[in-house]
Design a protein around this ligand. Structure first.
Ligand SMILES: Nc1ncnc2c1ncn2[C@@H]1O[C@H](COP(=O)(O)OP(=O)(O)OP(=O)(O)O)[C@@H](O)[C@H]1O
Length: 553
């Protein structure tokens, strides 16, 4: 890496909690070269991603930090270039040597970085970015020494033995995998992942992959619930926790015995998400102990989120319009009562401070499982009762028909039957498909590059939250959410879920629309607070003014 990048990273590490002031002397925009990215990569960027001209503010901070070998804890809004920037940093690293070559490994190359992601579509997105960048002449320099990236995900089609032999014969420079798939390989053949020789470990969407129990002050009953939840997690740690415990076992053991050594030969650790709550932060240091406190750069660029007088919430990306449709059960579909077509921020409203959200300490224990693909036969679909409210499905189909030009995404609650929703939407004439980037190269290319296939009717992709985190689908314009995301209660988990779902649109200068469809309910009825009021609370928390969806009353 260049000296300037090194100096930059050192400066960051000396003030780990703060964002460094921009250099007042340098007026020219910072380039990828300035932050230590090597020539072949920034030239490939010019060719393959011509819109990516300069590193974003966050990338200017975390790329040099990663290149300098520091540990990094990164939080910035969805679509701010975290994943892409991390990948550039990993590509930039030289390939590690494999010490003490083992006779069983035929290729002397070693795995330099391990990138842990929550679901397989995100793994394929990373591989796709690598393929695009390295297809450019000059980028696949001999320094990679073989395969640049490979994905390891749970896949019934690929035998474990095949996976392992592929890793052993052609270990990639960057191994991208879902936690359970990686753990499966490790359990079968501990040497295949080369965990003891890694230079970098990245956990993307870390708050999803490492479960923690919020520390909320409260009465005895809360404390009891807290202890119970904590015990459960400790007894059954997520695959990501297990993997990190294996990789950083020596650091953890030493920490239990006394002060940590800064000279351990363990990989740097990078953790990233758009939402990182305090209890995870605390856990990472107090109990996880995988990170090195004295070698840590913390980057939290939350101040870039702004509200516009359109009512949209935005990062450095485009505006996102938020609407809520209420279905009444008699065929009525209307906008939520206080949505406005000329939204204004009232003078008393403070500018958005997502730190308030960051500090929220609400129960948030998500399922850590890798989402199995729903693959029910059509007959089973028809015979089983629908778990969906038909009015909600109809409202989504109508809104889709009226407003979506090309591609929209419907994000169902965790463990909802995706194929059932696809089936029901198709019955209403919607060109619905389960989101699956593995289906075909053509389909993947279409989705990941935003390419248009003019002959195809507008498409509604259907997925669950577990399989859309971090995904970047450039041609997406609309996101639909049936009901309170990860409801029924509104807490920190709900708000994070909404932010991650909404964040699939409005990325890097593009606009987008998020439409939540909720049922009208009697507030005094058995459900207590109605869903419209819950949506109002979510919008208050994220400082968003809902706007009317103009096709309805
Ligand atoms: N420096 C840049 N300039 C312009 N576009 C960029 C830049 N870096 C990344 N992008 C583009 O921004 C989009 C979002 O990037 P990315 O997926 O890395 O965001 P993210 O912060 O990881 O989002 P999420 O929190 O949802 O995972 C991608 O299409 C990527 O190509």
């Amino acid at each position: 890496m260049s000296r300037s990048a090194e100096a930059h990273a050192d400066a960051l590490s000396s003030t780990p909690e703060s964002t460094p002031e921009p250099d007042p002397v340098k007026k020219e925009p910072v380039t990828f070269k300035d932050i230590g990215i090597r020539r072949s990569i920034y030239r490939a960027l010019d060719v393959v991603f011509p819109a990516i001209k300069h590193p974003t503010e966050t990338q200017q901070q975390f790329i040099p930090a990663i290149l300098s070998g520091k540990d990094v804890l990164l939080k910035d809004s969805t679509g701010s270039g975290k994943s892409f920037g991390i990948l550039l940093a990993l590509l930039n690293k030289p390939r590690s040597e494999f010490p003490g070559l083992q006779s069983t490994i035929t290729n002397p190359s070693s795995i330099t970085s391990l990138l842990v992601v929550p679901h397989r579509d995100l793994a394929y997105q990373f591989v796709h970015w690598v393929e695009q960048l390295t297809a450019t002449p000059g980028v696949t320099s001999p320094r990679y020494g073989g395969v640049v990236a490979k994905a390891i995900v749970r896949d019934k089609q690929i035998e474990m033995a095949t996976r392992i032999s592929s890793l052993r014969s052609d270990p990639p420079h960057i191994l991208i995998g879902t936690p359970q798939a990686l753990l499966d390989v490790h359990n079968e053949d501990p040497a295949a992942l080369q965990l003891s020789n890694l230079s970098t470990v990245v956990v993307d969407e870390v708050d999803y992959l490492i479960e923690t129990v919020p520390l909320k002050s409260g009465g005895k009953s809360f404390y009891k619930a807290f202890l119970k939840a904590k015990k459960k997690i400790d007894r059954h740690p997520s695959p990501t926790r297990q993997l990190l415990d294996i990789i950083y076992a020596s650091r953890k053991n030493r920490a239990e015995q006394g002060p940590t050594s800064t000279h351990e030969n363990l990989p740097q650790l990078v953790m990233s998400s758009a939402t990182l709550r305090k209890h995870l932060d605390l856990f990472l240091f107090k109990e996880g102990r995988w990170l090195r406190r004295d070698q840590l750069v913390k980057i939290k660029c939350s101040d870039k989120q702004r509200i516009y007088d359109t009512g949209a919430i935005s990062s450095i990306s485009g505006d996102i319009l938020h609407s809520v449709l209420i279905v009444a059960g008699n065929g009525d579909i209307k906008n939520m009562s206080d949505a406005t077509s000329l939204p204004l921020i009232s003078p008393g409203d403070e500018p958005v401070t997502p730190e308030a959200i960051f500090d929220d300490q609400s129960p948030a224990i998500e399922s850590q499982s890798e989402m199995p693909r729903n693959s029910l036969a059509i007959t089973e679909l028809v015979d089983s009762p629908s778990p969906f409210n038909p009015d909600t499905v109809e409202a989504i189909a109508t809104a889709f028909a009226l407003d979506v030009p090309s591609i929209a995404l419907l994000v169902l609650p965790a463990s909802s039957p995706v194929h059932r929703a696809v089936y029901e939407l198709k019955q209403l004439g919607v060109n619905a498909k389960a989101l699956d980037l593995t289906v075909s190269d053509k389909g993947r290319l279409h989705l990941l590059t935003g390419g248009k296939t003019a002959e195809e009717a507008p498409t509604l992709l259907v997925a669950t939250l577990a399989s859309i985190r971090g995904l970047d689908l450039p041609s997406l314009t609309h996101v639909f959410i049936p009901g309170i995301p990860e409801g029924p209660k509104v807490n920190g988990q709900t708000i994070d879920a909404y932010l991650h779902i909404a964040g699939r649109v409005g990325r890097f200068g593009k606009g987008g629309r998020v439409i939540t469809v909720v049922e009208a309910r009697d507030p005094g009825g058995s459900h207590g607070v109605d869903d419209e009021a819950k949506m109002r609370r979510i919008f208050r928390e994220i400082k968003v003014k809902p706007v009317r969806f103009e096709h309805f009353d």
